[in-house]
Design a protein around this ligand. Structure first.
Ligand code: SF4
Length: 441
């Protein structure tokens, strides 16, 4: 069999695309290798790139630079540059890296097998079109594990001023409900115990286009009705697209986990306006409070940017205050990184010096840590259901790691590999990033 190695950078959307590519490559007779030792490890090398931050983009070019050197001694080696940076850069990738065989953007993933056949035949191909190529029904080859992802919406129409996604992933569209439900049934038949519905704005499912009689709540109810014991998660939610119906569905449907990932980005209403987010501090706070009142033991996580162009110390302080006040359970944090094409990248006169951004990021992370430990401590002494995900030996001790329904990571010492099982665990300790548990016999 031919061998393929794929390196995936960035978010879960990219991981989901990688799974799709692996499924298609299976049809073409490729086997995945997980480790890339040298130029002979694989016949096809793929990097699935992310353009959300400069660091990630730089990493993609540096990785492929090394692969280009390998190709000098192995001319038949094929290299594919895929994902968001490919979508954005297109043909220009060849100028910078002439040894690349395939440049494939996010819109062309469904014609990936044809593109691979063309590069195998010796062609150099760029497929980074503006229009999404339709799905062709290839089976997705999912990495074996406990959780499987299903993309339900693609793209975004929100045009937040700092974000490249609308340019790299295109306009928002929802996938057909019957296709999603079939994928879920297949996933469960393969033995997966958890399904995560993915989308840049997962909660705007059905809002636009041909499936307007559907929404996320209805889709979740349909999936909840499928037979068997399993969990359902969904991410990422746009704050103002969270409806009462969605919250009620989470409360009433036993398989849907009690966690919402709702990026706030800034605690300052003025900065939110500059970011083109469609809510202010008060609106966001009300949504969080409403969810907390209605969903028992809910975990609410968020994203924040430190040092957005023009952010004053007072405005940054508002972010720290709101994080604390709303007791957000965990947040992804990043210093602002200008991305070409976006509106905010043109506001150079408002850019903050790197040292200020870094210093604010440190304070943001400190607040995040405080929130996390406080959130975790609440569970000491409780008994929680955990789905076991891994079994590893750590410093001579066998440890199971799993997640609670509300997405808390739990470490449990145990001699036996019971990955994929639901177990009851007594929480006996809390660290910043995880809980310590004991298996209840
Ligand atoms: S909602 Fe904003 S931040 Fe999220 S993907 Fe769309 S443009 Fe980017």
């Amino acid at each position: 069999m031919k061998k393929v190695y794929i390196e995936t950078l960035g978010c879960q959307m990219n991981k989901s695309d990688t799974e799709k590519m692996l499924g298609m490559l299976d049809y073409l007779g490729y086997e995945e290798v997980k480790e890339l030792k040298n130029k002979d490890s694989a016949d096809l090398l793929i990097i699935n790139t992310c353009s959300i931050r400069q660091l990630s983009e730089d990493k993609a070019f540096s990785r492929t630079g090394l692969w280009g050197k390998w190709k000098k001694n192995r001319p038949n080696l094929k290299i594919a540059f895929c994902g968001c940076v490919a979508q954005q850069t297109g043909e220009a990738v060849f100028k910078r890296m002439p040894y690349i065989d395939l440049v494939m953007g996010t819109h062309n993933i469904n014609e990936f097998p044809d593109l691979v056949k063309r590069i195998e035949a010796g062609e150099k191909v760029c497929a980074a079109g503006e229009t999404l190529v339709d799905e062709k029904g290839f089976e997705i080859k999912r990495a074996k594990g406990v959780n499987a992802w299903i993309t339900i919406t693609e793209g975004c129409d929100n045009f937040c001023t700092y974000c490249v996604v609308p340019y790299t992933r295109g306009r928002e569209r929802s996938r057909a409900p019957e296709v999603i439900i079939k994928e879920a049934k297949d996933i469960l038949a393969q033995g997966f115990k958890e399904i995560t519905l993915l989308g840049q704005n997962v909660d705007s499912y059905g809002k636009k286009g041909e499936y307007s009689d559907w929404n996320l709540a209805r889709l979740l109810r349909e999936l909840n009705a499928l037979e068997g014991k399993f969990r359902i998660r969904f991410t990422t939610s746009y704050p103002t697209d969270i409806t009462d119906e969605l919250i009620d569905t989470v409360v009433k449907s036993g398989k849907i986990c009690e966690c919402f990932h709702i990026p706030m980005q800034s605690g300052s209403s003025d900065i939110l306006k500059k970011m083109n987010r469609r809510y202010d501090k008060e609106t966001y706070s009300k949504i969080v409070k409403k969810i907390r009142e209605r969903v028992k033991d809910v975990t609410i996580t968020s994203d924040f940017i430190a040092g957005f162009p023009g952010e004053s110390e007072k405005q940054f302080q508002e972010t720290l205050d709101v994080m604390k006040k709303l007791e957000l359970d965990y947040s992804n944090t990043a210093a602002y990184s200008p991305r070409e094409i976006t509106i905010a990248a043109k506001w150079e006169e408002l850019f903050l010096p790197e040292d200020i951004k870094s210093e604010r990021l440190v304070r943001l992370n400190d607040q995040n840590k405080e929130n996390c430990i406080n959130s975790n401590k609440k569970y000491i002494g409780r008994e929680l259901e955990v789905l076991v995900e891994t079994f590893k030996n750590h410093k001579g001790k066998n440890i199971l790691t799993g997640r609670t329904r509300n997405n808390k990571i739990v470490h449990i010492p145990h001699h036996e590999n019971i990955v994929g099982e639901f177990v009851n665990v007594k929480i006996i300790g809390a660290k910043t990033w995880y809980l310590k548990g004991e298996l209840n016999k």
